[in-house]
Design a protein around this ligand. Sequence first.
Ligand SMILES: C[S@@+](CC[C@H](N)C(=O)[O-])C[C@H]1O[C@@H](n2cnc3c(N)ncnc32)[C@H](O)[C@@H]1O
Length: 337
Amino acid sequence: MLPLARRVAFLSRLRQTINQSGALLRLSYPISIAASGSRSLEAVDNAGRPGPPPIQVGLTASAGRGIFASRRITSGDLIHTASPVVCYPSLATVHSVCYFCLRRLSNAGAELRASQTVSYCSDKCKDLSKAFRQVESSADWSAHDEYCRLQGLKYPLLVKRFACMVLAGEVAANYLDILQPAPLSSGMISEMEKGYHLLRNGFKEADIRSEQMSFLTKQWYVGLLARIRINAFRIELAGGLYEDLLSLATASVESEAAVGNAVYMLPSFYNHDCDPNAHIIWLEDASARTKALRDIEPGEELKICYIDASLGCDVRQALLSQGFGFHCNCDRCLSGD
Ligand SMILES: C[S@@+](CC[C@H](N)C(=O)[O-])C[C@H]1O[C@@H](n2cnc3c(N)ncnc32)[C@H](O)[C@@H]1O
């Protein structure tokens, strides 16, 4: 994360660029255009049911699978939306956002919420949480969650929720196996040991039968964390009130507060570029919206930026190599920008 002063300096450069050129869309920063009023490309059939988005998953030359345009996409279009397979609030926001969709809760009732374990923005979210929450609340997670808090870990919380969803019969234990896993060193795997035992013990002490828990092996735990490491998104809500590119970018850059983390299916197939042609944003909740940052031709690969694109070339390369295990060969990196 950039220090605030540098982020603000970057923003004022961004503001100048926009003011000078009047060109809102061709920016080497992963920001979106108007949050509201953009054209959605999710076709609708005669019965009004949503059709497929204008993209398909295919093989790239050197980056594994990727997402390609199946027809022309215009700058600013909403390409598709996606709901999380699994999400979890940040420990810092657990009392201020909906436990299911991560929508910010109003300040009214904040005191009451602090005394409750979790809160929801609506009866619908409460209902949708019912099954996994029943499993989760049958156990005492204080040791597990405290471990995450002390170590600053967020991904074991996603694994905990996913395991509760599996036990509740909501999802198959191997549902996320299709996603690419991060390569893990033996040191990284042994660091996961403690979280694994805390998770297993939580369920064991809650009298979950061992045959129900047969999926919960160390190998399953490590495999899921390896996939989450590469594919989880950190969610920063932009809010629904922003009318233009600049205010949305400002909100996203100035807000340090992530409301949580989530893993999606389709968004996990986007490869990275430091000058991306697509961007994923979150407005009010964990529902992800992919938008085009410029015109995209049929067959062209759609790419997002995994990191803060305002960072220098060396820092970007280091983050991508450590966090995602690849060397970026995009045009920007090749030109040393
Ligand atoms: C979120 S996944 C993207 C989908 C992935 N290509 C797949 O086949 O599932 C991220 C991984 O894709 C690969 N990747 C993404 N962008 C890349 C790029 N620009 N160059 C090389 N590899 C890339 C890296 O292995 C990275 O860890």
